[in-house]
Ligand binder design. Structure first.
Ligand code: PLP
Length: 409
């Protein structure tokens, strides 16, 4: 039988736990389930028997959403967690022990770095590495130092925030495999429509479902999927650490996922259209989008970011650098019809200012070295008409005095 397409997996409805098949999934809000006997309850809770006993240990809405996410990623197993950060914590807690070392890509979501650093008090150390320099990465892991021997995991984002660097996951996975290091990929900016890291050799994949997977800005959820042998006792870890997601959020997200393929591909088309229109506007020094030939990872994006029909889908995030730094950014945000929202992946276009939000805790010099100056604005492109978004941006640019740069068109 043919493998189902990503679009079909998104749209498909799932049979309910009772074997009924309503056309859309019902919500099971109960926190506990009536069990035949104490033995049955124990067997369910210990995972020896299928079924449900206590919602923190598992419930149908979470399992249905997990099954859909696993299918999208071509994974044997997936679990749903109460946030993207809970999924990251789960990857760490389930795989690491005291004495282990974690390598972090130098371009990671700030909170991911923070949570790994928190593990220092439990004897887990970490350091950063430039994963876009494959030779340097191979050298770090080939090195027979104590650190290289202690390294258990590398964490990388498929598309980084906000400069949208694309990680060469196939090559990185090869380097990790040789060094016996687990490759954990945060795929939030790509979604499984653009990238399925397990197919490229990753061991674990994290999605913040809060973002484009749900896509409507109305739930906070996460997902972890990966190799079957890494998932032994995973559900128990979720329940024990209290990372379980609520049924209503899972139900909402399953509904959001139904349109993921359509939303994501439409938003990618808009992102390319908008990024082309923004290039050359006075007041914008640089437009960063992996779909543009000017992006340093344009070729990598064309090879790694594809849907299952092979169409290149370089994501829905576009970053612009305004002329004039912080004062320009502040006025632009104030005057722009696109909403400033410190998140991404919503139905409509939103903007964010990394220097004052996601990268606020980073020392300015370090931030600048990564190209994330005060004039950087990150756009999360939605599915409204691209001309509306470009119009709102043009309007916000008009009249700004970019330190003497004429903005008259
Ligand atoms: N990973 C990335 C790339 C993110 O941008 C975020 C949040 O912004 C997270 C993970 C954490 O997700 P959540 O907010 O659902 O905990």
């Amino acid at each position: 039988m043919n493998r189902k397409s990503l679009q079909d997996i998104c749209c498909e409805s799932t049979p309910s736990a009772e074997g009924l098949h309503p056309s859309r999934s019902p919500i099971h809000t109960s926190t506990a389930y009536v069990c035949d006997s104490p033995d049955t309850a124990a067997a369910i809770l210990e995972g020896r028997k299928p079924g449900y006993a206590y919602a923190r240990d598992g419930h149908p809405n979470s399992d249905q959403l997990a099954a859909k996410c696993a299918a999208l990623h071509g994974a044997g197993r997936a679990v749903i967690t109460s946030s993207g950060m809970a999924a990251t914590s789960l990857a760490l807690l389930s795989q690491l022990k005291s004495g282990d070392h974690v390598l972090l890509s130098s371009r990671l979501y700030g909170r991911t770095k923070t949570v790994v650093k928190e593990l220092e008090k439990f004897g887990v150390s970490c350091s950063t590495v430039d994963v876009y320099d494959l030779e340097a990465l191979a050298a770090v892991l080939a090195d027979n130092s104590t650190l290289a021997r202690q390294t258990r995991m590398l964490i990388v984002e498929t598309i980084s925030n906000p400069m949208l660097r694309v990680a060469d996951l196939r090559e990185i996975a090869g380097i990790c495999r040789k060094a016996d290091v687990l490759l954990t990929v945060d795929n939030t900016f790509a979604s499984p429509i653009a990238c399925r890291p397990l197919e490229l050799g990753a061991d674990l994949v994290i999605e913040s479902l809060t973002k484009i997977m749900n896509g409507h800005g109305d739930v906070t959820l996460g997902m972890l999927c990966g190799r079957d042998d890494l998932f032994i006792n995973m559900a128990e870890t979720v329940a024990t650490w209290g990372m379980t997601a609520g049924p209503f959020d899972c139900w909402i997200c399953e509904r959001g996922l139904s349109t993921l393929f359509l939303r994501f591909t439409a938003a990618c088309g808009n992102a390319l259209n908008i990024s082309r229109q923004l290039q050359g506007l006075s007041g914008i020094e640089r437009v960063v989008y992996p779909g543009l030939s000017t992006h340093p990872d344009h070729k990598k994006a064309a090879s790694l970011l594809r849907d299952d029909s092979g169409k290149v889908v370089p994501g829905n995030m576009v970053t612009i650098q305004l002329t004039g730094g912080l004062p320009s950014a502040e006025r632009f945000i104030r005057d722009c019809g696109v909403h400033f929202v410190p998140s991404l992946g919503e139905l409509t276009t939103t903007l964010s200012h990394p220097a004052s939000t996601s990268h606020k805790s980073m020392p300015a010099a370090e931030r600048e070295a990564l190209g994330i100056g005060d004039g950087i604005i990150r756009l999360s492109i939605g599915i409204e008409s691209p001309d509306y978004v470009v119009g709102a941006i043009r309007d916000a640019l008009v009249g700004l005095d970019f330190q003497g740069v004429s903005n008259v068109r």
